[in-house]
Write a protein that binds this ligand. Structure first.
Ligand code: PHE
Length: 333
């Protein structure tokens, strides 16, 4: 019992004391071994009791040793002399990706007009990317967007535009619809300063009673002024999309060269930033919406293009190279 108490009271303020403890109790000539040697002198009828006590003692000694060792080790960690007056290491702060910043900005502007946000799948079936958008199989306009196919029959593909989300939302059958739909899109295009095989779009859709082309134009005018300021010039050109009729493309005056000519505006002074139009009656019908009761407008814009104009970025590839020298320039923007 005295030995037990000694063990419990033992302290090991340093490595030497710990080692001394180990030698005293657990070493080859230590107390545990010595007492075990005594076993042969113990009368047979007491051997059992002696053995139990001795075993408990041995366990207690081992346990105490481990405890002291652990305490000593954790002590050592904190035994450095810290100079708490030294200045700390600055934590490097990241910056948001310019595409994310501009996407958020676009979404915020449309939110103020009452648009809600929706998203859809990037891996899509033929119907939602093409068929329902009034592009039947073999329609020549399918070639406008070079598609990455994942499988042929049934056809699964990487969506070529965010217009698939229009379809998925209209299918839900809840009207009116006023949505802004950001996302990634994929096209099998040769990578250059102006084109990439993957980029970002924001789709817009408004379907209700009495929606007109004038509503579309005013909405987009508002967007451009909020995004680029009051001075930027806007023009609409007639265009063609199978899913809108009439269709248009919207250009803004080139903010990179101020109209003097550069590779972003192909030396025309104008840059196309979006396609738009009135939702084709066939598309409404494909989604179970009565085109005699409802009309709608839709538009789709490329976020990269808008970001290039906003921040004077001349090469699209910079957005996906993750060069911190580029990305760092947007800290605090
Ligand atoms: N989906 C078209 C594109 O990617 C853009 C668009 C969207 C045009 C909606 C009209 C209406 O080019």
């Amino acid at each position: 019992a005295q030995h037990q108490a000694d063990i419990a009271a033992a302290e090991a303020p340093n490595a030497e004391a710990l080692e001394a403890f180990r030698i005293q109790y657990l070493g080859t000539k230590g107390l545990v071994k010595t007492l075990m040697g005594e076993m042969k002198n113990v009368p047979n009828e007491q051997k059992r009791e002696f053995g139990q006590i001795l075993n408990a003692f041995k366990l207690a000694a081992e346990e105490r040793f481990e405890t002291l060792k652990a305490a000593l080790e954790s002590n050592t960690e904190f035994s450095f002399d810290y100079d708490i007056s030294l200045p700390g290491d600055p934590l490097p702060l990241g910056s948001r990706h310019p595409i994310s910043m501009v996407r958020n900005r676009i979404v915020d502007i449309f939110k103020r007009l009452g648009f809600a946000v929706a998203e859809g799948p990037e891996i899509e079936d033929d119907w939602h990317n093409f068929g329902a958008l009034n592009l039947p199989e073999d329609h020549p306009a399918r070639d406008m967007q070079d598609t990455f196919y994942i499988s042929q029959d049934p056809a699964w593909l990487l969506r070529t535009h965010t217009s698939n989300v229009q379809i998925r939302e209209m299918e839900k059958g809840k009207l009116p619809i006023r949505l802004i739909m950001p996302g990634k899109v994929y096209r099998n295009e040769t990578i250059s300063a102006r084109a990439h095989c993957f980029f970002h779009q924001v789709e817009g859709l408004y379907v209700a009673e009495n929606v007109s082309f004038a509503d579309l134009k005013q909405t987009l005018y508002f967007f451009v002024k909020e995004m680029f300021g009051q001075d930027v010039k806007v023009r609409f050109r007639p265009s063609y999309f199978p899913f809108t009729e009439p269709s248009a493309e919207m250009d803004i005056s080139c903010l990179i060269c101020g109209g003097k000519g550069c590779n972003v505006c192909k030396h025309t002074g104008w840059v196309e930033i979006l396609g738009c139009g009135m939702v084709h009656p066939n598309v409404l019908q494909n989604c179970g919406i009565d085109p005699n009761k409802y009309t709608g407008f839709a538009f789709g814009m490329g976020i990269e293009r808008i970001t290039m104009l906003k921040y004077q970025v001349k090469d699209l590839r910079l957005f996906s190279e993750n060069d911190v020298r580029f990305l760092r320039q947007f800290t605090g923007a």
